[in-house]
Design a protein around this ligand. Sequence first.
Ligand SMILES: *[C@@H]1O[C@H](CO)[C@@H](O)[C@H](O)[C@H]1NC(C)=O
Ligand SMILES: *[C@@H]1O[C@H](CO)[C@@H](O)[C@H](O)[C@H]1NC(C)=O
Ligand SMILES: *[C@@H]1O[C@H](CO)[C@@H](O)[C@H](O)[C@H]1NC(C)=O
Ligand SMILES: *[C@@H]1O[C@H](CO)[C@@H](O)[C@H](O)[C@H]1NC(C)=O
Ligand SMILES: *[C@@H]1O[C@H](CO)[C@@H](O)[C@H](O)[C@H]1NC(C)=O
Length: 355
Amino acid sequence: SYLRKSLVMRPEREALPAVCPHWVLDKGVWSRQWVFVFHVGRKSWKSYDWRNISTIALFAPFNPELLCYAHSKGVRLVLKGDVPIKYMVDPANRTAWITEKVNLAKSQFMDGINLDIEQPVFTESLEYHALTALVKETTEAFHHEIPGSQVTFDVAWSPDCVDLRCYNYTGIAALCDFLFVMSYDEQSQMWTECVAGANSPYNQTLGGYERFINLGIAPSKLVMGVPWYGYDYPCLELSPDNKCFLHKRPFRGAPCSDAAGKQVPYHAIMQQVNTSSSGRLWDNEQKSPYYNYKDKSGSDHQVWYDDPESISLKVSYVKARGLRGVGMWNGDLLDYSSDPIAQQQTAAMWQALIP
Ligand SMILES: *[C@@H]1O[C@H](CO)[C@@H](O)[C@H](O)[C@H]1NC(C)=O
Ligand SMILES: *[C@@H]1O[C@H](CO)[C@@H](O)[C@H](O)[C@H]1NC(C)=O
Ligand SMILES: *[C@@H]1O[C@H](CO)[C@@H](O)[C@H](O)[C@H]1NC(C)=O
Ligand SMILES: *[C@@H]1O[C@H](CO)[C@@H](O)[C@H](O)[C@H]1NC(C)=O
Ligand SMILES: *[C@@H]1O[C@H](CO)[C@@H](O)[C@H](O)[C@H]1NC(C)=O
């Protein structure tokens, strides 16, 4: 078989530190650290900067070639876990779902699961307790059946019921290996002005981590997720001081939302920014780049995004605050072509993740 053994079963692991000085022992497994990558498909994984990747979360069909490559680099490959939480209230249904995922991971020699359950849940509801139980039982099953495996959970940028995700954050953090904090889509609920803003504003992002830590969650249980995409907002009106007023698009109780715009990959932004009407601008309050352009019909748009400058600032905080590492949504949003400008921009985005 072309399938290698699971990463955690590699027999030569005792000899690794001498051969691979940057590997660390994590839960009894020699592996790399720091960068958590979501992979959504296509061939671009071959061009990732693999030097500091710890985990690839497979949000794409299983690919044995990727598995072997990841394991050769000491990188864990984990499943995606998503299920309607209303079905998980029933304990028998939970067990069935978990068993299916553990068996799938085992049969594919994979190293864990990333739970990406972004559904609304009310505090102390049946679903609230079911979600905590799902995390507990998933972690127990994976750790027992696949020693050294990793179970992680994706959370919004702040624990304060963002998008009505009122989860038991301290319980969930304690019951899995770590949380992946999605420090993006931070304009999903605009409560005051309906004005375009940064996807991942510096202050708001850091405030979210301080909230998680104030709840008693250890910084080492938090990985910062940064966006490799931005938002393109059509402006109802663009003021001379670059305020882009938006259509009202209510979301989960808030009057306005980033749903007024559309998500655009970093590679597309890089194609557009130099020919935009404003060129790259920098907002010093949100510490994010943005630009304005006119579409074919002459209407104004404003695009907010992250680039190496805005990402490096956040990554400095990750290091200073002792968070576990950094990751991105997602690894496949860069231009991996042989174009020399694209290659330089892509390398700089990977480099920005390293403090
Ligand atoms: C990234 O990898 C390089 C080269 O292996 C290593 O020297 C460095 O310590 C790593 N950085 C982090 C943050 O893990
Ligand atoms: C159990 O899960 C299935 C889907 O897998 C769903 O159709 C069914 O309604 C669930 N049962 C309960 C009691 O939630
Ligand atoms: C959250 O989960 C933890 C761990 O299971 C539990 O001890 C705690 O009581 C839960 N909190 C609430 C409010 O249910
Ligand atoms: C856009 O401009 C920047 C800064 O002048 C430059 O580094 C980059 O190569 C340009 N991008 C393209 C695609 O021409
Ligand atoms: C960022 O937050 C800090 C502390 O919460 C505050 O002192 C500072 O004024 C804020 N800066 C901006 C630009 O909002």
